[in-house]
Write a protein that binds this ligand. Structure first.
Ligand code: TXA
Ligand code: MG
Length: 344
């Protein structure tokens, strides 16, 4: 199959909408990461997403809407008052809410679960595509399973060339990490995957929040997580990644020590560091993770892909504080490192 990479225009959006209605897959930009979309109400189209990504069949998809009126037919019952407050405050935006599903949602979307994840994205191209398709769009991140999520159309091309007919290019994604996934089926919102909408913000809106404890640790042998996505080694660079956490002077000293030891062993190491710390690593090879947690969210997946391109065999990364969007950064970084974190 030939994969076309086209800018977002009224014509390409109309074409993309037709492809979605015909059961085909289209990759498109959102404010978080690029999505790989299909008609959420078409079982066969949804199945082909799993095939194109090489995604395990037990990992459910997010259904994207472009108008709040599209929510009711997809869920069973009314959203709670808390859910309504979150929707008012954070939609459209980088937030996904989990509700009991209606019969209209095919089992392929929810991987057999009786709940469905819904997101109303803020990116104008994402909304225009859903409008053009006139259907809700099921979309995981547009990477091959196990690779870092794509934050540019070029990343999508790297992973999906020859597998899908069309990629809409809307430039780099603003947030750079996937949406916050929140389970709304209990008495308090429970964060299953941290993202752009922070726990602090959710607590402020709802008067409380739980962060699922699987967010910052590896899963135990045979453990069944609330969010099936937590099971899989995500965002993984090819080289072994180690995170170093603590006082900056000691972090720097330890990273330099491990880097120099790797060089002495003939390995190809790489450092991931916050922009202001880069000069401290001298002539050692280092990629910038931006200036703060938001910058890191924006830079992280790009850096992990670049690490592969540079052939890095071992990677050493600075940690960031886990307040605000830092929790999302450390969740992704932690998973990429299989939670190999050294405290200094
Ligand atoms: O920002 C995003 O959320 C991007 C853009 C494209 O919208 N999408 C995305 O989708 O990251 P994906 O498929 O890569 O991640 C969806 C996550 C997975 O971890 C999955 O397990 C979880 O959401 N999920 C989906 N439905 C669920 C459900 N019913 N219950 C629990 N977890 C669910
Ligand atoms: Mg994904």
């Amino acid at each position: 199959m030939r994969t076309e990479l086209l800018p977002v225009t009224p014509e390409t959006l109309a074409r993309a909408g037709e492809l979605i209605r015909a059961g085909a897959l289209v990759a498109f930009p959102t404010e978080t990461v690029y999505g790989l979309g299909a008609n959420a109400l078409d079982d066969g189209a949804v199945r082909s997403i799993f095939e194109a990504k090489g995604r395990p069949g037990d990992n459910p998809l997010i259904v994207h809407i472009s108008d709040i009126r599209q929510l009711a037919p997809l869920i069973d019952g009314e959203p709670s008052d808390m859910a309504k407050r979150l929707m008012d405050a954070c939609w459209p935006g980088p937030m996904t809410l989990i509700f009991p599903k209606s019969d209209a949602v095919p089992m392929a979307v929810t991987a057999g679960l009786d709940t469905v994840a819904i997101r109303y994205p803020a990116h104008p191209a994402a909304r225009a595509l859903i409008d053009a398709a006139r259907r809700p769009i099921a979309a995981p991140s547009a990477n091959r399973s196990g690779r870092p999520s794509p934050t540019t159309a070029a990343h999508v091309m790297e992973d999906m060339d020859g597998r899908i007919p069309l990629i809409l290019d809307g430039g780099p994604c603003e947030v750079g990490l996937e949406s916050t996934v929140i389970d709304m089926t209990g008495d308090l919102p429970r964060i299953l995957r941290p993202g752009g909408v922070t726990p602090e913000r959710i607590a402020e809106i709802c008067g409380g929040v739980r962060v699922d404890d699987a967010v910052m640790r590896p899963l135990k042998e045979g453990e069944k997580p609330r969010s099936p996505g937590m099971k899989y080694r995500h965002y993984a660079p090819k080289g072994q990644l180690t995170i170093v956490q603590g006082e900056q002077a000691e972090v720097k000293a330890r990273i330099i020590e491990m880097y120099d030891a790797a060089v002495a062993e003939g390995q190809n190491p790489l450092i991931l560091a916050l922009e202001p710390h880069l000069p401290a690593y001298g002539s050692r090879r280092a990629l910038s993770l931006g200036g703060d947690a938001a910058g890191m969210a924006h830079a992280l997946f790009n850096a992990l892909r670049d690490a592969d391109t540079l052939g890095a065999e071992v990677l050493f990364s600075e940690a960031v504080p886990t307040d605000g969007v830092g929790l999302a950064v450390m969740n992704r970084l932690g998973r990429a490192a299989a939670f190999h974190i050294i405290e200094v």
